[in-house]
Design a protein around this ligand. Structure first.
Ligand code: NAD
Length: 350
């Protein structure tokens, strides 16, 4: 990592703490940091993460797992007084299915959990990187969304548990920087997709793919004309690492810049899976954003970052992953073990 950003110390392997490291994005981040020859401590309570996601890292030099709930007092006690260069805060329910099922836990990790991670980073003199979200913009009235946009969030709607948890986490991060001189950064991540997404986590792409594989009509909310921008996970990881490497406080948007309608994503999934089940249009959920696309000018200018993986390239790899999950699930079901891995993920994620 670049000098000055994370205050590297002489001849010591750099050490990153990745909270939420057993999740979809976190496991890719752990793997990328290990590839950079860093020591990585993954902190996770496996509430939505999967042991299979980090199975390939166990035994790699420098990798360590701490199973802990970040919200609990003393969760990070094992890391006190260790040399740490960067703390990434990714621990949080992230899919609508998860945060609607665990609303209070979502708010707790955005508040108490964020305090614990910030305290750890500050006491170690480490850089702190918050994985925030485009959801802080709510149903945006500015398009595309610039990183200095304040957003349009319903503070008491069903999605508010996630949106406001992240907004509070951002406020905490900014306050630690302003009042305590902490070395912090905020990344606002937009819809991310790729291998290791859980097939049944309720997000748009896995839901469409699983419906197509099951021969069911794809469920599209509203008339499908609402837009999303999607970003391949490897690009998001590059952005997070570049942000950690820099001295930029953010907030900075990390997301795909091509805008796709939800119906277009559904039609692509139908075509690529060869499904003929068609589309079923249903009512829009409450507070569903109509348009989403990041303005990534800040990331391009300050981090030299831009998404590189086109939807055409990333979607095939993702469908392949989800197909493998489906096959693993069906095999387990056939031998009466379905449910042993709730997500039906292949045993060894790659
Ligand atoms: P995920 O659910 O796959 O990963 C979250 C991880 O955090 C899981 O491994 C889970 O077990 C862990 N976790 C949750 N609460 C915890 C707690 N209290 N203590 C310890 N571990 C805990 O989700 P993801 O998609 O990988 O998202 C990772 C982060 O990125 C989240 O903070 C999310 O808000 C943010 N983000 C993701 C996306 C996306 O599209 N995937 C978009 C915007 C922001």
């Amino acid at each position: 990592m670049r000098k000055g950003a994370m205050a590297p110390r002489a001849r010591r392997r750099q050490h990153a703490v990745v909270t939420g490291g057993a999740g979809f994005v976190g496991s890719h981040l752990c793997a990328a940091l290990i590839r950079r020859a860093m020591a990585v401590t993954c902190v996770d309570d496996f509430s939505s993460g999967e042991p299979a996601n980090i199975a390939q890292l166990a035994g790699k030099p420098g990798f360590r797992l701490v199973e802990a709930d970040l919200v609990k007092h003393g969760a990070l006690a094992a890391l006190r007084d260790t040399d740490i260069d960067v703390v990434f805060l990714l621990a949080s329910p992230a899919s609508p299915a998860d945060y609607l099922r665990r609303p209070i836990e979502t708010l707790e990790v955005g508040s108490a959990g964020t305090v614990h991670a910030l305290d750890l980073a500050q006491s170690a003199g480490a850089r702190f990187v918050l994985a925030s979200t485009s959801e802080v913009y709510g149903d945006p009235q500015q398009h595309p969304q610039r990183a200095d946009y304040w957003g349009n969030v319903n503070p008491v709607g069903p999605r508010s548990v996630y949106d406001e948890a992240k907004r509070f986490a951002e406020a905490l991060t900014a306050a630690y920087r302003r009042s305590r001189g902490a070395n912090t950064a905020i990344a606002r991540i937009f819809n991310t997709y790729g291998p290791r997404m859980r097939p049944r986590d309720g997000r748009m792409i896995p839901t469409f793919v699983m419906e197509a594989l099951a021969g069911q009509p794809l469920t599209v909310a509203g008339d499908g004309s609402q837009t999303r921008s999607v970003c391949y996970v490897d690009d998001v990881i590059e952005g997070l690492v570049a942000l950690a490497d820099s001295t930029l406080p953010g907030p900075v948007n990390l997301g795909g810049t091509a805008e796709l309608t939800v119906e277009q994503v559904a039609r692509d999934v139908l075509r690529l899976t060869g499904a003929s089940s068609g589309i079923r249009f249903v009512g829009l959920p409450e507070d569903d954003p109509q348009r989403r696309r990041p303005d990534t000018a800040l990331a391009e200018r300050e981090l030299g970052w831009r998404p590189r993986t086109e939807w055409d390239a990333g979607r095939g790899r993702t469908i392949q992953w989800l197909k493998a999950c489906d096959e693993a699930h069906n095999r387990a079901e056939a031998v009466g073990q379905a449910g042993a891995s709730p997500a039906g993920t292949p045993a060894q994620a790659s």
